[in-house]
Write a protein that binds this ligand. Structure first.
Ligand SMILES: [Zn+2]
Length: 171
């Protein structure tokens, strides 16, 4: 996850005005260098970011913000989106996480199957609360900001999530 924020805005007309879930990834613990190691939620708070949900490596879902409140997780897209961070096990820094997400030199599943179910749980919650205006929508941070974001990366099995979404919601 990149934490630097500048005066740059990236809008995608096809997302604006609709409601979508944005899927991110970050370390379960973040090594921030001199400042030490923070648990993910505390790290986000320290740098002024916020998401609605995190999904722990074991698949458990934690809610950090009501869905009626705006998060600060995807620059230019915070108004009409709910943010969820998939937490990658262990202590990560920007470079280690980026390599893992790109599948460089790794052969294991970075995101556990239980985490995909965690996403389904969140989607069910949003559907139950009539949150999606225009049908169930989800997107990935790296697709919203391809020039500067890399999460959740190639290590995320999009077709597996699509399959699970189809099974549950038939969309
Ligand atoms: Zn992100």
């Amino acid at each position: 996850m990149e934490i630097l924020d500048g005066l740059q805005f990236d809008y995608s007309q096809d997302l604006l005005g609709r409601k979508s879930l944005v899927i991110h990834a970050m370390g379960e613990y973040i090594n921030s260098g001199e400042d030490g190691v923070y648990p993910a939620a505390q790290f986000l708070e320290e740098v002024g970011l916020s998401v609605h949900f995190t999904v722990l490596p074991g698949g458990q879902v934690l809610q950090h913000l009501p869905i009626s409140k705006r998060g600060a997780h995807a620059r230019g897209y915070n108004v009409n989106t709910v943010g969820v961070e998939l937490l990658v096990r262990g202590v990560q820094d920007y470079d280690s996480l980026r390599k893992l997400m790109a599948y460089e030199g790794t052969t294991f599943e970075l995101y556990g199957r239980a985490q995909y179910q965690g996403l389904i749980t969140i989607m069910q919650h949003l559907v139950d609360n009539y949150w999606f205006d225009d049908g169930l929508q989800y997107t990935y941070h790296e697709d919203l900001s391809p020039d500067r974001k890399h999460d959740p990366g190639r290590a995320f099995d999009r077709s597996h999530l699509d399959e699970q979404v189809w099974k549950r919601f038939h969309v």
